[in-house]
Design a protein around this ligand. Structure first.
Ligand code: HEC
Length: 94
């Protein structure tokens, strides 16, 4: 019996971080839930900017309309990967 490689465990894939923290409001497919006011992240309409830096700032610091801030709950690396992930949901190249 070989020991399973742990190297891939060091970083949680962004899709998993998204599934654990974001789907409650933004939906499994990232299309948003109107009843909580969470916007569709898969269209190319952005309230706060759809470039990776803007998405990072949104996730890190939160936004006024009840988007929580994650800077104290997720690592900077997780947020960076989420920004790339959300950016690609919006149909942009990674
Ligand atoms: C409690 C519900 C809730 C959760 C959980 C949540 N969001 Fe949001 N999110 C919102 C709301 C509401 C907005 C709209 C903010 C506004 O209109 O100013 C928003 C906005 C955003 C935006 C900006 C969209 C735009 O058009 O500019 C991004 C990006 C985003 N969320 C990503 C995430 C990510 C990534 C996570 C998980 C780490 C997450 N959200 C978790 C409610 C949530």
């Amino acid at each position: 019996m070989s020991t399973p490689c742990r190297c891939r465990k060091a970083v949680t894939p962004a899709a998993e971080v998204f599934a654990a923290n974001c789907v409650a409001c933004h939906g499994e497919d990232g299309k948003g839930k109107k009843d909580v006011g969470a916007p569709d992240l898969t269209d190319n309409h952005w309230i706060h900017g759809g470039d990776r830096q803007s998405i990072y700032t949104t996730v890190y610091a939160g936004r006024q309309g009840h988007m929580p801030h994650w800077g104290t709950r997720l690592s900077p690396l997780d947020i960076k990967m989420l920004a790339v992930y959300v950016h690609t949901l919006g149909g942009e190249a990674p």
